[in-house]
Design a protein around this ligand. Structure first.
Ligand code: CS2
Ligand code: MN
Length: 361
């Protein structure tokens, strides 16, 4: 596996690249042009600026997270063709900088959803928390205010430009079913995958987070059946998956290690994190360690290892520890610890494999 870390860009990330580079085994950053609104072309000069910054620290920029999809594409509006054309141009531009994987998601209106960004654990650390009964009863506008107000940092997926027209957006989604969303995804992929293949960039859809409908909006990337359907929409290796353990894993019916085994050849990027579920739809994000949460991180890494996974991996969200000032979910310290936990599992599997090899040969 090739280890990368999410980076929000110079001046927008609390962690400088030279600190990231000090993490053992870190090869690159998962980056994005966060100031370009969804639907617009990513300009070549801005991309080559990132190239220079990454190069000067010996980090690759192979993975982009995310090139966001304009809502008109998800809604299937006639204006979608213009935005799809822009997306194709962005793919070509990214290819010129050597990008290999584009992570994206197809969630209407919101990306990830939580009810508390600073839920305190017994040890005083904090992390993202989801309480189902709150979501069922809260006005989305109120949640948006809470999430975007108390921050010094913009939250990925909750960008102000995206949320400005929230009421109108909700209206537009009235009557849009999951089947409609599938049709719109297919339309998009049929136009995007050929160009992605031509430019050797793998498309990797991120699952719905959490993996069920919120605020009555349709969501279609929730489980194994959905992944099978996605891969069949355009049956091409360039149409693949971001396997996010924390998104799929909070539904007890999703066995993430099994997903790895079934879909390994179409997993281009993996997000690995743990969460503790409470059986009623609530969950809290924890350290990456298997025994701290409900998701079996060891089994997932083992499955990746056994499948000979050579794609990109990043630790996903972490807790906020040691009084770090950071974007909730994106503490550097806990993600760094997460990386070392993942390497610990991986290295011992590699070593055990070699030792078995020696014994039998
Ligand atoms: C990420 C997602 O921060 C997170 O929850 O895992 O926001 C992810 O970046 C997007 O859904 C990918 O498009
Ligand atoms: Mn993720």
């Amino acid at each position: 596996m090739k280890m990368v870390l999410r980076w929000f860009g110079e001046g927008n990330d609390q962690v400088p690249l030279h600190h990231m580079k000090q993490i053992p085994g870190l090869e690159g950053v998962a980056w994005a042009l966060h100031d370009i609104p969804a639907g617009e072309v990513w300009p070549l000069d801005k991309i080559s600026e990132i190239r220079k910054q990454a190069d000067s620290h010996g980090l690759n920029m192979d993975v982009v997270e995310s090139v966001n999809i304009h809502e008109d594409i998800k809604l299937g509006l006639p204006t979608r063709d213009k935005y799809i054309e822009n997306y194709r141009t962005t793919i070509k531009n990214l290819a010129s900088a050597g990008v290999k994987v584009i992570c994206y998601n197809f969630m209407p209106v919101f990306d990830w959803v939580r009810t508390d960004l600073y839920k305190e654990h017994e040890d005083g650390s904090t992390s993202l928390f989801f309480e189902k009964s709150i979501i069922e009863n809260i006005d989305p506008m109120k949640l948006v205010k809470e999430i975007s107000l108390n921050k010094n940092y913009s939250m990925p997926g909750w960008e102000p430009e995206r949320l400005k027209y929230l009421t109108e957006l909700f209206k537009q989604y009235e009557g849009i079913t999951e089947e409609d969303l599938w049709d719109h995804l297919q339309y998009f992929l049929e136009k995007i995958i050929p160009i992605a293949a031509q430019y050797d960039i793998k498309m990797a859809i991120h699952p719905d987070d959490p993996p069920f409908s919120v605020f009555g909006l349709p969501r279609i990337m929730k489980n194994k059946a959905d992944i099978r359907r996605l891969l069949g929409l355009v049956d091409n290796p360039y149409n693949g998956l971001t396997l996010c353990s924390g998104s799929f894993g909070v539904n007890a019916d999703n066995n993430v290690a099994e997903m790895v085994r079934e879909f390994s050849d179409r997993i281009h990027f993996a997000h690995i994190r743990n969460a503790k579920t409470f059986g009623n739809g609530d969950f809290i994000e924890t350290s990456h360690r298997t025994s701290d949460g409900t998701i079996d991180i060891y089994e997932i890494v083992k499955a990746l290892h056994e499948e000979g996974f050579t794609g990109y991996v990043r630790p996903d969200h972490g807790r906020q520890i040691w009084d770090e000032e950071c974007r909730p979910g994106y503490g550097f310290y806990d993600r760094g610890l997460g990386i070392m936990y993942l390497w610990g599992i991986w290295d011992s599997l590699v070593r055990a494999g070699k030792e078995t090899y020696h014994v039998t040969n």
